[in-house]
Design a protein around this ligand. Structure first.
Ligand code: SF4
Ligand code: SF4
Length: 181
């Protein structure tokens, strides 16, 4: 029976080591903010920050154009992404003071082939008229009508910010009145 104890201690030590490794891995994939100017070299885009230079893994330029985002040399840019080995995998890009998500919360690109943009709508019975979503929508697609928020589908670019938040202070509709299909 006594011989079991050292084995238990070894198993617990390995478990603790594994947990420690796991938490370090979690820390490594944290999303960070970067700002700087764009630079195109060959077919790749880079960002020059105050003190560094990183390659960008972005959405295709066609996809970005759908969001009215045009990439140009020397253009100032603010992004959120995950840095690994001098390459930033871009998760969101700032446009007109708002972040446009380019990846879902798991980091999967939203521009996968056959990816269909969802349609966002607001349940008027649930909306409490707080006016948060109209102020955060990057295209001005949400307006207040009779005290509740309404989405103009012609202007909506399905960025999802109104429902999911902008990754900053706005955490999404506080009463979950916005949904997507
Ligand atoms: S955030 Fe939600 S509750 Fe507030 S205006 Fe928009 S839909 Fe209505
Ligand atoms: S998904 Fe919401 S925030 Fe994005 S464009 Fe459409 S209405 Fe505006």
């Amino acid at each position: 029976m006594k011989k079991i104890y050292p084995k238990i201690i070894i198993v617990l030590a390995l478990f603790g080591f594994g947990l420690n490794l796991f938490s370090q891995t979690e820390r490594k994939v944290a999303t960070e903010k970067f700002s700087g100017s764009l630079k195109k070299i060959s077919s790749n885009w880079f960002i020059k920050t105050d003190d560094d230079f990183f390659q960008l893994e972005l959405a295709s330029e066609d996809y970005l154009l759908d969001f009215m985002i045009v990439l140009e040399n020397e253009k100032k840019i603010e992004i959120k992404g995950v840095l690994a080995e001098d390459v930033i995998t871009v998760h969101a890009l700032k446009l007109q003071e708002k972040y446009i998500p380019l990846r879902d919360k798991q980091g999967n690109p939203l521009w996968e082939e056959n990816f269909e943009l969802p349609t966002y709508s607001i349940e008027t019975q649930k909306c409490v008229g707080c006016r948060l979503c109209p102020s955060i929508c990057p295209t001005g697609a949400i307006s207040m009508q009779n005290g509740v928020a309404v989405i103009d589908q012609e202007k909506c670019i399905s960025c999802g910010i109104c429902q999911n938040g902008d990754g900053d202070e706005y955490q999404g509709c506080p009463v979950k009145a916005i949904s997507s299909q």
